[in-house]
Ligand binder design. Structure first.
Ligand SMILES: *Cc1c(COP(=O)(O)O)cnc(C)c1O
Length: 378
């Protein structure tokens, strides 16, 4: 049996060890230290992009923690409603439930597969008519493809509802140079093991206001007031990133531009070699949209072969592929939540498959993938 080809696996650059060793050598083995501060600055510099967006970053233990603290900082409380993209990973929506708030799910649109601006506005109007104006909006940039942020921000500004951007999959993606993660009042990044860069586990909260990033650092370290003893006037969390993980992150930030090019090269390769299989349609970027192509995602349509047939055939030859995220409004745990849409996300879920997309795929692995796919469509 050939070795396993993963959907997306960690890809170290080399300098990660240098930063981690520094942490050991100086005994900064704690959820604070020079690597944590350094990583925050690295991300701030990267997100500035060519538009010069000034943002402030708090390095945290996960992307989920970033969304949780983000919602707290936006003032979401028990019983409030929060609008969330339905087609996403559960971590976009779970923090709404942590707070005792209620998720209101919005469908995808077919161009980017992300939050439909049309159904977003319908949802807002309907919730307002019920006397339940939403407290926040969570759009997601799935697989690295930016959501229609100009439209979404225009609607959010019109109704004066803050946006918490889930940019966990989209570090390095942008629309006309404006980076994903710099649109919302707050944004979340993830450095989990399968993301475009990893700290083994970790995340970050991004904010335009320096005060919000400072508050995130405060809440993530148990909300200790300035006093010699342990004094608390807020509920705190243990969500700060460790200096060891941040060391990995500093090394990974050095190679992020390369990782984006490598992932994008995977997409270009799939585009070229799958060109003749008309049943496979890859997610295309709208004009001016730049995706980091974290995962290359495809729809399998107009064919007797379903996405599940393809997935199982690849699995037989030890190649991992995965259905698109199952929409949250179809998940048993969120079955009672309101939903606004027309079935687009459900249809995408039925037909969609993510193909192996690691930045470390070898030519030999690519040949195996191509052979695996073409043998099904013979
Ligand atoms: C990975 C991911 C998260 C959660 O990040 P963690 O660091 O794993 O907690 C949130 N949203 C989306 C869309 C993700 O892909």
């Amino acid at each position: 049996m050939h070795s396993k080809i993963w959907l997306s696996s960690p890809h170290m650059g080399g300098n990660e060890r240098k930063y981690v060793n520094e942490a050991f050598d100086t005994n900064w083995v704690a959820p604070l230290g020079p690597n944590v501060n350094g990583l925050e600055q690295d991300i701030e510099g990267f997100l500035r992009g060519n538009q010069g967006d000034e943002v402030h970053v708090a390095a945290l233990s996960s992307g989920t923690a970033a969304i949780h603290l983000g919602l707290i900082l936006l003032g979401v409380k028990a019983g409030d409603e929060v609008i969330c993209q339905s087609m996403t990973f559960s971590a976009s929506a779970n923090p709404i439930a942590y707070l005792g708030a209620i998720p209101v799910f919005v469908d995808s649109e077919p161009d980017t597969w992300n939050m439909s601006p049309e159904f977003l506005e319908k949802a807002i109007n309907d919730r307002i008519a019920r006397g339940r104006k939403p407290k926040a909006i969570i759009p997601v940039h799935l697989y690295g493809m930016p959501a229609k942020m100009e439209e979404i921000m225009a609607i959010a500004n019109k109704y004066e509802i803050p946006v918490l951007e889930d940019a966990a999959e989209a570090l390095g993606s942008h629309i006309g140079g404006k980076m994903c993660g710099t649109y919302g009042r707050i944004a979340a990044l993830s450095f989990n093991g399968n993301k475009i860069i990893t700290t083994s586990g970790g995340g970050a909260m991004v904010a335009h206001e320096t005060g919000l990033a400072e508050k995130a650092r405060f809440l993530s370290t148990q909300a200790r007031d300035a006093a010699p003893h342990y004094q608390h006037s807020h509920i705190g969390y243990n969500y700060r990133m460790s200096n060891i993980c941040a060391g990995i992150g500093r090394g990974q930030m050095e190679v992020l531009p390369q990782r984006i090019l490598q992932r994008r090269a995977n997409f270009e390769w799939y585009t070229k070699v799958l060109n003749k299989i008309s049943a496979i349609q890859l997610l295309q970027a709208p004009e001016g949209y730049y995706s980091n192509r974290w995962l290359t995602a495809a729809l399998i349509r107009h064919s007797s072969i379903s996405r599940e047939t393809l997935r199982l055939s690849l699995e037989k030859v030890n190649i991992e592929s995965r259905p698109l995220w199952k929409p949250m409004h179809c998940q048993p745990v969120f079955k009672d939540a309101p939903f606004y849409g027309d079935g687009t996300a459900e249809k995408l879920f039925e037909d969609g498959l993510c193909l192996p997309s690691g930045s470390n795929l070898t030519d030999e692995e690519r040949s195996r993938i191509l052979e695996g796919i073409t043998s099904v469509f013979k």
